[in-house]
Design a protein around this ligand. Structure first.
Ligand SMILES: C[S@@+](CC[C@H](N)C(=O)[O-])C[C@H]1O[C@@H](n2cnc3c(N)ncnc32)[C@H](O)[C@@H]1O
Ligand SMILES: [Zn+2]
Length: 294
């Protein structure tokens, strides 16, 4: 991670500020420890901050596959793409373009830093990094180190790593100070975090007044099997326009705009829990904003 991010970091347990002790190179923390004012310690391991508390984040999602190795990374991407039909692939590309352009606009209007939530293997952050101006920092985050290792290796390989910092942090207990940042993004991240409302409240906390969250999300039909499953796994809180609006009321965010990029019937795809095969869904992009006086 880039050294200059230190001023934005806070301990996820006690929210006090953090200092670093260890090896640095090329403007980055490489290996060592981050320590908060009260003495909570977090490791920096091979350029990645692991700023997560085991107790606070117990029970959060864990990846079963290791994708640090490039051939495994490519295999998983290829497998996933093989389940998408032509229409869906085109729609996802369009969605990605809109998301990238909206995030770049927000960055250029503010301070050239983006915090990406639930970055996983980095499908979004890698493409964003290719298009975003060169003095921007994209902070890719996930609750699990494994997918971020894959994203790091890929970023180095395709030559965009200079714009990327990777941090393991829980979307519900972010390792950032209050009012630290102006742009938060996520590509199908929030709707994968159980109790999404808690993750949105955390993003609200770390955003400056007038800061934005721009994210893609899947909407499901009320009364469908997909919605039942989403509820069972506590990932249904933003799964329709109505649900999103109800959830936003609980967080303090204002809805700026949303765009339904695609709607259709979900194909067979054993790699995704939702939507259920054969059920209607839509892919949307949403922009929400923290009020100026918050
Ligand atoms: C569908 S993937 C996101 C895809 C990714 N944004 C991309 O562009 O490739 C969902 C991710 O959510 C992460 N996740 C689940 N719970 C989380 C939490 N509490 N905090 C942060 N990330 C979480 C998972 O580890 C997984 O990588
Ligand atoms: Zn602390």
């Amino acid at each position: 991670m880039h050294k200059e991010l230190l001023k934005f970091l806070a301990c996820p347990i006690c929210r006090t500020s953090i200092t670093f002790d260890g090896k640095t190179a090329d403007n980055r923390f490489v290996n060592g420890y981050l320590k908060c004012v009260r003495g909570h310690l977090y490791q920096v391991k091979e350029e990645m901050g692991l700023i997560k508390d085991a107790k606070l984040s117990a029970g959060e999602f864990e990846w079963r596959v290791d994708v640090a190795d490039e051939s495994k990374y490519n295999e998983i991407q290829k497998q996933y793409n093989s389940y998408l039909n032509e229409d869906l692939r085109t729609a996802l590309k369009k969605l990605m373009d809109i998301l990238i352009n909206s995030v770049i606009k927000s960055c250029l209007d503010t301070n050239n830093i983006v915090l990406d939530i639930a970055s996983g293997m980095g499908r979004f952050v890698l493409q964003l990094a290719e298009k975003i101006p060169k003095d921007t920092i994209i902070i890719g985050t996930d609750v699990d180190e494994k997918p971020l290792r894959g994203a790091m290796n890929k970023a180095k390989k395709i030559g965009v790593y200079q714009k990327i910092s990777l941090i393991v942090t829980d979307a519900k207990h972010l390792a950032f100070k209050d009012k630290a940042l102006s742009t938060v993004s996520s590509h199908f991240g929030f709707d994968n975090v159980p109790e999404t409302v808690l993750a949105l409240k955390e993003s609200f906390r770390v955003l400056k007044p007038d800061g934005k969250v721009i994210f893609s999300s899947v909407w499901l039909k009320e009364g469908s099997e997909s919605i039942k499953i989403a509820e069972k796994y506590k990932v249904g809180q933003i799964a329709s326009e109505n649900r999103l609006k109800q959830t936003l009321k609980k967080t303090g965010f204002i809805l700026d705009w949303f765009e339904e990029v695609y709607s259709g019937v979900w194909p067979y795809n054993p790699m995704d829990l939702l939507p259920v095969q054969g059920e209607e869904f839509s892919h949307v992009i949403v922009q929400i904003r923290k009020p100026k006086n918050a």
